[in-house]
Design a protein around this ligand. Structure first.
Ligand code: GDP
Ligand code: IMO
Ligand code: MG
Length: 434
């Protein structure tokens, strides 16, 4: 009975939603362990398209329990909006969703503070999603945050909210923002939201551990990607949570001894949204062509995603910090039209070649990609379901990524739909998901 973590191996938007949805029918529970409604996981089921932000993609499978773990930050208004959207589309959210009583709550002042810090004239912006994610995690780590359990207890909530709102008001004034926090209005709004969430709130660490003890299977769904992880990513151009595999344990309360496998998801190329270093970025026409073919626009903010070539040292780095058992390569079909495909195989920093990921901003910014170029296949691969049916050059491309990254490629995705997928026979991935 395997419990498996599925997470992003790059800078997010690797296609995690499609993959989690695809395999979730083999699990009893799908659990999110970090992030918030900064995530946008697109799942296409037939002619229906779902964009999930906070709710795990497993919700789309009837009978599968979807858990929002303690490591997630929850904007109750955004969560209720997403619940309503899914209910309208026929999903039984009320009976499938469980929300951790230890998850932290996002308030409107978190967004205000994020905008202040992102818009400071003399500082470089991170390019965040403006959802209040970073400031909420700051309050959590600063030990002044408010958890869902406290949101549900009105007298406690009013006291804690008053303390934190006073602090934020003082901070906002220091930056010249004079508008008053509407204390009574927010308390009333959050009381109503709390009443909507109350039936779904519980100790999800206990729920998950009891389920595992009873022989049930859990799939852990990562949000963002390893290179956006607060510790292992391209700091400070990262998100504020532990997107890497270790976060699945701290973010759900399921111990490492109960995890059986870790699967990375990576595009056949690479994208990033927001600021920060990107050594294999394809500028100009080449980048535009990938963006067009891959429809690379943010599902949360609509921003055009920066596009570039597959980065082998980055993948080896994320494979090391996550311990991938297997890798899923998505969006292979997006490269169908290209006659040549560059792959970044090393970096050059200060004239010296290396395959190590640097830790300082200065070194990250000066990284240049060293490429090897592979021939394209210029034949359609969209919808291919058997590895042997891929064009020879496409197989060579996947084999190249596998041998250079030193991680098995257990699955290749050839389109957004569930059926547009190749699972390689005899792979570790096939065993983990069987
Ligand atoms: P996530 O955040 O990792 O779940 O990824 P997103 O949903 O933000 O972005 C991935 C996009 O690519 C979505 O629109 C998916 O429907 C789409 N997608 C996923 N896999 C494939 C694939 O193999 N081929 C193509 N063409 N699109 C895909
Ligand atoms: P999914 O789960 C891609 C990026 C933002 C910004 C940085 C910090 O769909 O892969 P934040 O609002 O989190 O403080 O922003 O992280 N970012 C994402 N990029 N996919 C995501 O999620 C992202 N979530 C955050 O663009 O650069
Ligand atoms: Mg996304």
């Amino acid at each position: 009975m395997s419990n498996v973590i599925v997470l992003g191996a790059q800078w997010g938007d690797e296609g995690k939603g499609k993959i989690v949805d695809l395999f979730s029918d083999r699990f009893d529970i799908v659990a999110r362990y970090q992030g918030g409604h900064n995530a946008g996981h697109t799942v296409q089921v037939g002619d229906k398209k779902f964009i999930l932000k906070l709710i795990p993609s497993g919700i789309l499978r009837p009978g599968v329990r979807a858990v929002i773990g303690n490591g997630v930050v929850v904007d109750p208004a955004a969560l209720v909006e997403e619940m309503d959207m899914l209910e309208k589309m026929g999903i039984d959210v009320k009976s499938q969703l469980s929300i951790s009583n230890r998850a932290h709550v996002i308030f409107p002042f978190h967004r205000v503070l994020e905008n202040i810090s992102e818009n400071r004239k003399d500082r470089e912006a991170i390019g965040t999603t403006s959802r209040g994610i970073g400031p909420c995690y700051e309050d959590k780590v600063g030990r002044r945050g408010i958890r869902i359990a406290e949101l549900l207890d009105e007298p406690t909530f009013r006291t804690l909210y008053r303390y934190i709102a006073e602090d934020k008001q003082t901070l906002a004034r220091a930056f010249g923002i004079e508008s008053e926090i509407d204390f009574a209005g927010i308390c009333q709004q959050y009381r109503m939201l709390a009443d909507r969430l109350r039936p779904m709130v519980c100790d999800t660490a206990r729920l998950l551990n009891d389920a595992i003890s009873a022989g049930k299977r859990v799939l852990f769904e990562g949000a963002q990607g390893t290179m956006l992880d607060i510790d292992h990513g391209t700091y400070p151009f990262v998100t504020s949570s532990s997107a890497a595999a270790g976060g699945a344990c701290t973010g759900t309360g399921v111990p490492p001894t109960r995890i059986d496998g870790i699967v990375g998801v990576s595009k056949a190329y690479i994208t990033r949204v927001g600021g920060g270093p990107f050594p294999s970025e394809a500028h100009g026409a080449a980048g535009d062509a990938i963006r067009r073919a891959g429809n690379e626009f943010g599902s949360v903010t609509g921003r055009p995603r920066r596009c570039g070539w597959f980065d082998v040292p980055l993948l080896r780095y994320t494979a090391t910090v996550n311990g991938f058992d297997s890798l899923i390569i998505t969006k292979l079909d997006v490269l169908d039209e290209l006659s040549d495909i560059p792959v970044c195989v090393r970096y050059k920093i200060g004239g010296v070649e290396t395959d190590e990921m640097p830790a300082t901003r200065a070194a990250m910014e000066s990284m240049e990609a060293v490429y090897e170029t592979l021939p394209g296949w210029r034949k359609p691969t969209k919808g291919t379901t058997r590895y042997e049916d891929l064009p020879d050059e496409a197989k060579r491309y996947v084999d190249f990524l596998e041998s250079r990254s030193q991680v098995e490629v257990g699955c290749v995705s050839t389109g957004p739909e569930r059926s547009q997928t190749i699972v390689r026979a005899g792979s570790k991935l096939e065993k983990l998901f069987s």
